[in-house]
Design a protein around this ligand. Sequence first.
Ligand SMILES: [Mn+2]
Length: 382
Amino acid sequence: MAATKTKKTTAKKATKKTTGKKVTKKTAAKKPTKKTTIKKVTRKITTKKPTKKAVKSKRTKVICISHKEDCDGISSAALIRQAFGGDAILVDYPGQMEALNQVVSDEKLKSLFICDLGLSKKTQDEFIDILTTLRKNKVSVTYIDHHDIDPNVVKALEKIKVKVIHDINECTTVQVYNAYTSKLNDHASFVATCAAITDYMEDRPIGSKLLQIYDRQFALISATVMTYNIVGHQKEPDYLQYLVEELAESKFPHDIPNTFEFAQIQVEKLSQMIAKVKKGMKTMKNLGHMEILDAGASGAVNFVMGLSGKDVGVAYKERVDHGIYAVSVRGSKNCKVHLGKIVNLLATSLGGSGGGHDKACGAVVPKPKIKKFLTELNKQIK
Ligand SMILES: [Mn+2]
């Protein structure tokens, strides 16, 4: 990718510092105003004070690239921020590589965390390449995740001395909490608990211990309200950043203004979704499926599975600007195949990408291939 292009995108997303600094002639006063997040100014300014030349080579920045679509990703970013400071770059799966390509050319980057972003056959090679470059530049890189991963990728990452924290049995935030407990406050265990609930992983060894600290109903409502606020604000990156900051500062979801009111709006939308799914859903022998037009596919997919009476549900939404479908797949308790693995291979074979857990996964499928994706998936899950 051309250097100029990378720089432009970098500037757009919260990390204005590098680009801004290069242009400034020496105006020290300009630095603080450039920052979007005020709190970190003090920490960074002290390292930036030295003369022009020294500044150029100093790597001081901490960045966490995390998943923006659910409570686990947002909460991981929040705990990394509490433990290490720095900024979050929040992305969905299709945006993951773009974000990595952005940070790789950031001359200020010192330490990078990548959270809750599973890899697929399509992305893993490029992922290793980019991380290799980062490591050559002496950037410390930590990858924390719980999605199914190719063991060869783990080997490759460890070889280039990327710190890999990976356990398919605990959600990412719980793993962040577990790895950095000493750098986190007590409230972090609550943030991790909510993430575990949202990822259906509050019954796992560490997740269940954390849940026990809190009243179950209190944790459930907090996790749910948080999730609805995240899902309902996917197109408002500033709000998602705000959530990361508030969680990092140990706010309960109910202490963040208007979250419960917003959750009520989401609940109403979901109840309308039930009616729409009843009307628009189609079935094949082994699955129910539906194209979603006016909401996210992931919000509808559980209804598609449940209301179809099948053990697998598929919801897909066109991303017009990308010529692809964003696909969500869910399996019931009776579903005995590993949907994440099947979908990874299938989507990749159709020129897309995908993957995830045994009973919950997602994919990106080129628009003309969606029919094929459905019929093939139907065949492979019987
Ligand atoms: Mn997760």
